[in-house]
Design a protein around this ligand. Structure first.
Ligand code: IVH
Length: 680
């Protein structure tokens, strides 16, 4: 059915009847993918659009309304593999608002029906998880069920019992004889990331989002699998309860739930009127990315339970609550083409051009695909329908392909074997994810990127040397390497396109100014692989001058803090290339200069590289003092014993650390030994 979703409505009732039928079939299909299979095919935003289209058709043409329409149903039928559970009171859904106007309409309807001027609401985040119903009898958890179709859910009691934050027993006062507690089981963002990282390591399928991961984890026949997933739950309401009067306001009921040991919705707030709701929405929207869990909007609920009862329900949702959704972070679009860009180090980055699509309020037309592995794993092809995600300030990315919509005859994309810019061979070193053009300075793309980097703000900061100018300089062969920049005369520059005499003079002056620089800037500017600003600064600080750095071998380079074997090798290789040395000499000849850095003599650190662990209590020194003294001599003091520990200092009543040190055969020292060592 997914092939037909684009069909447009026409005004004719005949076509309306057909479209209504089609929409119902489509929505039922997607309900099944989402609620039963935990494997949605389309983004939520697309689903919401289908639902809204159907709703508005049913409103405009009531003759087509039907009680079995998905607009009047909740979720989907429960799966046969679980025992069925009838909820004591039905579990409903929420109506959605996608704009402030729709929230204002909601507030107006509520005020009119209650005949009041101002309404007290509770505002809380709308968590993206799976709705569940917990049944407590005499304070004991006796059953957990999914929402299912609202009336009947699936019995997942064994799985629910593995979720640590859900109490088996309610504690405290006023526990009713029987109560249904409703809430959302979800995966915190961190747990989701860890779960996917583990799945990736084992070559297993990864989940598209925390909601699917939570649903898939909960609806497992084997509770041991559920137990391994870091699930959590928040409570957002109660169903039936017997004996034990509940407070008269929803906010107080939430408070009561948390006294019993259940987790209420975090960030919950009592607000007044429409303005209070909107202010809350804006506040949460601004903090959304910092929250520990995924949310897709906020929910406003009339706080007074009496008023809630006055308002009642319409088909599948209460009149006293509404979900105010955030703009979608995931949208669907098509891949128009795939290509590669060549970076400064020759790295080829694949990217896709998309049919423009608005995601999270921004139009996206291009996405990068990181590297070949990423591309292969996602198997993105030209013509594919893809789901694009843009969360907060994060760069947009393709999260997956809608395989059901792949047109026939597509082929996987391969990184080209030759550089698209210079034709040199593309090489992918063993074990590396990145393919590179081997053309180095012969490749105009790499040359351009290298020059732009050299002139960039944190490098030599040459104002006016931007992309348009560099393109011309490289294409006319005026600049073959960065040293040639300093041979450019104002006359030569003025002869270029879009260069008046004034701007030519400005660029020339900026070039002259850039000659007075610093060693860290220079080291960063020459573009050694993996040497960013902080590594450049560390190198400069450690060695003080360029001559020494040039001659230092990769072993010695690793003495610099934060320089490991890979970066050290890149630095050594760079300074062993005759053409790099030649360019550096030309730059110096052109007048580039900096003040050498005075290096402070290395502190007396005879214990450098040694790791100590302290255990038990010492007589003459506190543990803190012993730690300070060891660190002053360059040692590291760790908190646990591992194979990397060099020595364990054991005082009186040592703990298990001593046993471990003995097992691992690590040197053990008593207090006298330590004092002697410190003295020597
Ligand atoms: S109240 C009758 N509050 O969103 C009122 N629901 O799209 C029913 N949800 O079925 C729910 N966060 O599973 C409520 N703070 C919240 C919620 C929330 C998430 C879920 C819930 C509901 C669905 C509706």
């Amino acid at each position: 059915p997914s092939q037909t979703y684009m069909t447009k409505i026409s005004k004719l009732p005949d076509n309306v009847a057909a479209r209504v039928k089609e929409l119902r079939a489509l929505i039922n299909y997607h309900n099944n993918r989402y609620h039963v299979l935990d494997d949605p095919e389309i983004p939520d935003a697309e689903y919401d659009r289908l639902m809204r289209e159907l709703q508005s058709l049913e409103e405009r043409y009531p003759e087509f309304a039907a009680t079995d329409s998905p607009t009047r149903q909740v979720g989907a039928h429960p799966l046969k593999k679980f025992a069925a559970v009838n909820h004591e009171t039905p579990m409903l859904s929420l109506a959605n608002a996608f704009s402030e106007q729709e929230v204002a309409d909601f507030d107006r309807r509520v005020r009119e029906k209650l005949v009041v001027d101002n309404v007290e609401y509770v505002a809380e985040p709308k968590l993206d998880g799976l709705a569940v119903n917990l049944l407590y009898i005499d304070g004991k958890l006796v059953r957990g069920a999914t929402r299912g179709d609202g009336a009947t859910g699936e019995d997942i009691t064994q799985n629910i019992r593995t979720i640590a934050p859900i109490p088996q027993l309610l504690k405290g006062k006023h526990v009713p004889r029987m109560i249904e507690v409703r809430g959302e089981v979800y995966l915190p963002k961190k747990g989701f990331a860890e779960m996917n990282a583990r799945a990736l390591e084992r070559g297993e399928k990864i989940f598209a989002n925390p909601r699917n991961a939570a649903a898939g984890s909960l609806r497992q026949l084997d509770p041991r699998i559920t137990a391994q997933r870091p699930l959590a739950m928040i409570c957002h309401g109660v169903g039936r309860s017997e004996d034990g009067s509940l407070p008269a306001r929803y906010s107080d009921i939430s408070q009561r739930l948390s006294e019993w040991g259940l987790q209420g919705t975090p960030e919950q707030k009592v607000v007044h009127g429409l303005d209070g709701c909107i202010a809350y929405y804006q506040d949460i929207a601004a903090r959304r990315s910092a929250l520990a869990y995924e949310i897709d909007g906020v929910v406003y609920k009339v706080n007074s339970i009496e008023q809630q009862q006055q308002l009642g329900f319409v088909s599948r949702a209460p009149r006293w609550a509404i979900a105010h959704k955030f703009p979608a972070q995931e949208e669907m679009t098509r891949v128009v083409s795939i290509g590669v860009q060549v970076g400064r180090t020759g790295a080829l980055t694949p990217g896709a051009r998309l049919e423009p699509v608005s995601v999270g309020g921004v139009t996206v037309t291009n996405v990068t695909l990181h590297n070949q592995d990423d591309l292969e794993r996602k198997d993105i092809r030209v013509g594919d329908t893809v789901i694009v995600r843009r969360a907060g300030d994060v760069i947009p990315e393709i999260v997956g392909v809608v395989l059901e919509r792949r047109p026939p005859g597509t082929t996987p994309y391969r990184i080209p074997a030759q550089c698209p810019v210079c034709g040199s061979d593309v090489i992918r070193a063993e074990g590396e994810a990145i393919a590179r053009c081997s053309g180095a300075l012969f490749c105009p793309a790499q040359r351009k990127e290298g020059i732009l980097h050299f002139a960039s703000r944190h490098a030599l900061d040459i104002e006016g040397v931007g992309e348009k100018l560099v393109d011309q300089l490289v294409e006319h062969d005026l600049v073959k390497n960065v040293a040639d920049l300093y041979l450019l005369t104002p006359e030569l520059l003025a002869g270029l396109e879009r260069m008046g005499e004034k701007s030519a003079a400005n660029v020339h002056a900026a070039l002259q100014r850039s000659k007075q620089t610093t060693l860290p800037r220079f080291l960063y500017a020459i573009g050694i692989r993996e040497v960013g600003q902080s590594t450049a600064a560390a190198l400069a600080k450690y060695f003080g001058n360029l001559e020494i750095i040039k001659q230092t071998d990769k072993e010695t380079l690793q003495n610099v803090p934060d320089i490991g074997p890979i970066v050290a090798a890149h630095i050594e290789t760079f300074f062993r290339q005759p053409h790099n040395i030649e360019v550096i000499e030309k730059l110096l000849a052109a007048g580039i200069r900096w003040a050498d850095i005075k290096i402070e003599p290395a502190p007396h650190a005879p214990l450098k590289g040694k790791t100590f662990v302290l255990t038990g209590s010492l007589e003459t020194l506190s543990r803190e003092q012993a730690k300070e003294k060891l660190e002053a001599l360059g040692a590291k003091v760790g908190s646990s014993v591992s194979a990397k520990t060099h020595c364990v200092v054991a005082g009186a009543d040592p703990g298990s650390k001593l046993d471990k040190a003995q097992q691992l055969g690590i040197e053990i020292m008593d207090e006298a030994g330590l004092l002697a060592l410190l003295k020597s």
